[in-house]
Structure formats: C-alpha cells, structure tokens
Design a protein around this ligand. Structure first.
Ligand code: PLP
Length: 514
C-alpha cells in the first residue's frame, strides 16, 4: 500500500459514524423536532458528501469502490491527507442547518409589507377570517359530495354554482380550479374543433405562463385573429365570422395598457354582433370585480370591467378568478347562459379542473360575503383585499406614524439605522389595474445595507417581506393587517439588532437560532 493510500484510508476512517452523530446529546432535541429518521437521513447525506470530498481530493478516477478494493491502481491522490475531516459535532451542525433550510422551503405565513395587495408570489388574496374558518372546518371529513338531506351523493359544485350565478347575475355558473382552467374549460366545451374569433390586441400573457393563444390551442379551438395590435373594429370581427365559427372571445388586458392610437370594440357592440350571428360571446375578465365602482374609497378600481356590467352588456359566458379582486381562494368562475355553463360542467375536462374541498369552503364563504354586502360596488368589509384597497393615505399615514413611534418608544434604533414615515405608491398587483397607483404610507428604514436588512427580515418568524428602493427598506402598511403590527415591529427590531451586533454570526437561512 502506498503512503497516499494510507492517507486516504486514514482520512476516511476518521469520518464519523452516523450512529455516533445521532447519539450526541445535542441530537436528541433535533430528532424530537424533525424526527429521528429525517435527521438520520440528513446526517448520512452530510457524511457521504464529506466522503466524496475526500475521494475527490484523492484523484479524479477513484470511486468509493476503488478504496475498498485494495490493490487498486495507485493514482495521484496526495491531497487526501490534507482534506479536513468533520467531527461528529460539525456533522450534526451541518445537518441542523440543512434541516432549517428545508423547513424554510415549506409554505408558511409571511407578513406582506410590499404594498402589493394581490401579490402573486405571496398567494394573491389573503382569505377573510370566515373563509379561513370554513377551510379549517372542511379540512376533515366534510359534506363535499354528500347531500345531508337525502343522505346520498351530492354535487361538489352545485351550490358554489348557485352562489356564483347570484353574484354574477347570470342564469348559471360553475367554479373550477383557477381562471386559466375556467377559460380552458369554456373554450373546450363551447368551441373545440371550431373557430373562435379574437382581437390581436387581446392576445395576452398573464404571469405564470398563461398565454391566451396557447390556452386556445390546448382547448382544441382554432384561433382566428382579427384587427391589429392597437386597433380592432367591428368589421374585423364580422369579416371573420363563417360557418365554422363557434364563438367570439374578448379578453381583458388586465396587466398592460393600450394607449395612443387605439380602437377597440365595446362588449355591447361585440355581443350584438355575436348574437346577430347566433354565436356566444365569451368574456375573459380576469379580476372578478363584481360591480361598477363610481367614486368612494374603491374609486381606484373604476377602470376595471365589472362582472355584472359585462353580463348586462350581453356577454354570454364570463370567466374570472377567485383570488384577485373577489378576494377569495385560487378558483375560476364560469358564469353565463345555462346551456353554455351546462356544456362546461358536463365536459370530461371539468373533473380534471375541479375545486378541492378547501377551495370550495373558502370560495363559498367569500361569495356569501359579497352577496351580504350592502353595496356590491363597495364590496364586503370582511374581505381583506377589499379592506386594503379601501384604506386611504391619511389612515395609512397615521398607522405608519404609530408604528414608527412604537419602534422608537424605548430605544433609538441601533447605529447606523434610522426610520422615517414616508408616503409610498402601492399597486393592486395580481395582474390587475396596471398603471394604477395606490397612494399609501409606510416606513423607510435607512442607514446600512438595505439588501442585508431585507434578508434579515425574510429570515424572521414570521418572515417580513419588504421592498427595497434606492438603499431604503420600505415597509408599506397597506398590506400589513393591523393584527400583524406587533409581529412586524418585533421582526424589525430583531433584524436591526442582528445587523447591529457584529459578533452575531450571519447565518442566512437559519433564522431565530441563538
Ligand atoms: C389572471 C387572469 C387569468 C388567469 O387566471 P388565474 O386564476 O391566474 O389562472 C386569465 N385571464 C385574465 C384576463 C386574467 O387577468
């Protein structure tokens, strides 16, 4: 055996045994929290990686098997002796870090301090207290497809459909998994194998790979594009209608603006044209604003096409999301003519895009809240999205001032940090109301590295998601629920304290560890 071989074997033999690591006193608490099997798996992976590092240092051609078979050809591997071999404590510490990183990959509650009300990456609409209760209630056995009166099988979506139809003021409705599924099902059920006429100005892409032409292709309907990007006239649609036409489609340009030299056909005109040819008009609305807003605290939504107006204007099938301006769970509503909705619910694809019991519970609670609202245009108080959109800059400024006072109540912020109350411009988000600013207020925290502070805030429990703008960390209070103020302040204080204390080891991804 060569000297290098001996070094390699010595290094490998110093690697801790998995069992020895698990027997460390410190491992007991970890295995209680994460499970012994889980800890053992991670410890084993850490040891295996350390072994791989040693072997790699011993030469590119040696695998583990070579080491075990003595007399394998000697390759240059003088480095093996110099690779540091981790001890049991180090292996355990690495395993704990890994488990913490994994834990942070789980979906968890966060404080949204971005001011983006419908933040797609943060789950769009936060549910109302009642919707949350309904979800918790339905989480066990629940009457999902069971008729409590007859004791026999019931429909998963019938009552949801009744509520969605009442809200939409249409003869019928059904609810599916999300807005994209709603449009896919509607196009498939109504127009597969036939033509659908749509304006070139409405071939939209919504975040997360929803592209209208691709949804159309997946439905089996043939898209007939008319007009140009900026101008489409009634004659364009009329000229495209033929014996193979199944429907006209119009889609709300929910996430971009078309301005300048433009022309578009109104819903009423399109509906009249479709009906003159005995065709249905399908309207992909996106956001699900219920009723036209004229003035009042929700005036910012005035540019958004409301479901009920589009229905009054003659759309035969409207499609919208549950988790945008409706403020409910991820879901998609298809509302309109009974025969068309029936074609959707009877289509085999309906099963593939159905809601689960938790969505159903949350959606029923949300629809009922809207149906109870005194003024449908101003929406229900208890739906958080509506409340956040209604909050005016004055009231938000007051909250920001109170937060700043509480933050500075006992001690000044640690050097070099400072906090100011600032006016901010939030957005609705969720691919709704592009170009609309929500005048808001919040805190600007400045002094050190904004990126480092934002990272510390994300590492808190619960994580606080802030915005960064020109080396300031911005906390917009519009999207922070008032009952989250205490946690927000604690998160800010902890993050600033951690950054101010130079001795504290920076362990991103391992929050709250002493
Ligand atoms: C958001 C949106 C969709 C997709 O709805 P999801 O619920 O996100 O699947 C489709 N069309 C329009 C116009 C939208 O704004």
């Amino acid at each position: 055996m060569s000297g290098a071989d001996a070094d390699l074997r010595a290094a490998l033999s110093r690697l801790p045994q998995v069992d020895a690591v698990l027997r460390l006193p410190a491992a007991a608490e970890v295995s209680e929290r994460h499970g012994r099997r889980e800890l053992a798996d991670v410890v084993r992976a850490v040891v295996e990686e350390a072994r791989a590092v040693i072997l790699a240092a011993s030469g590119p051609h040696r695998g583990a098997a070579d080491v075990l078979v003595s007399g394998a050809p000697a390759l240059p591997r003088a480095e093996a002796a110099h690779v540091p071999v981790p001890g049991p404590d180090e292996v355990l510490a690495a395993a704990v870090d890994r488990l913490a990183v994994d834990q942070r990959r789980r979906v968890q509650r966060v404080i949204n301090a971005t001011g983006v009300v419908l933040h797609t990456n943060l789950g769009r609409a936060p549910l109302s207290a009642e919707a949350r209760r309904a979800v918790a209630d339905a989480a066990g056995y629940a009457s999902v497809e069971f008729d409590l009166d007859t004791g026999s099988r019931g429909s998963r979506t019938a009552y949801l459909g009744v509520l969605a139809a009442r809200l939409s003021q249409t003869p019928a409705a059904t609810v599916v998994n999300n807005g994209a599924a709603a449009l896919l099902l509607a196009l498939t059920a109504v127009a597969a194998g036939r033509e659908v006429v749509v304006s070139r100005g409405e071939l939209i892409e919504i975040g997360g790979s929803f592209r209208l032409p691709e949804v159309m292709a997946a439905s089996g309907a043939r898209m007939v594009e008319v007009g140009t990007t900026n101008r489409t006239r009634p004659e364009d649609y009329a000229a495209a209608i033929g014996p193979d036409t199944a429907a006209l489609l119009t889609a709300h340009r929910s996430n971009f603006l078309l301005t300048g030299f433009t022309a578009q056909v109104s819903t009423a005109e399109l509906a009249a044209l479709a009906h003159a040819h005995e065709l249905p008009l399908i309207h992909d609305l996106g956001s699900g604003l219920v009723e036209a807003v004229d003035g009042g605290p929700l005036a910012v939504l005035a540019g958004e096409p409301p479901v009920r107006r589009v229905v009054r204007d003659g759309a035969d099938l409207v499609v919208y999301s549950g988790d945008k301006l409706l403020g409910g769970p991820q879901a998609g509503v298809i509302a309109g003519r009974a025969d068309l909705v029936g074609a959707c619910t009877r289509h085999p694809l309906a099963r593939a895009v159905r809601v689960d019991k938790l969505q159903r519970a949350a959606m029923e609670a949300t629809l009922l809240a809207h149906l109870r609202a005194d003024d449908p245009a101003q929406g229900p108080d208890e739906v958080p999205t509506i409340g956040m959109l209604r909050a005016g800059p004055g009231e938000l400024k007051l909250r920001a001032e109170q937060l700043a006072d509480r933050l500075l109540a006992h001690t000044p912020l640690p050097e070099p940090w400072d906090v100011r109350v600032v006016e901010l411009a939030g957005v609705v988000g969720g691919g709704a109301l592009p170009g609309v600013e929500l005048p808001s207020a919040g805190l600007s925290v400045v002094g050190g590295s904004a990126a480092a502070l934002a990272a510390r805030l994300r590492a808190g429990r619960p994580p606080v998601i802030a915005r960064i703008d020109a080396e300031q960390v911005l906390i917009d209070v519009r999207t922070v629920a008032p009952d989250e103020d205490v946690e927000l302040l604690a998160g800010l204080q902890a993050a600033l304290a951690a950054l101010a204390a130079p001795a504290a080891p920076a362990v991103p991804g391992a929050p709250g560890r002493p």
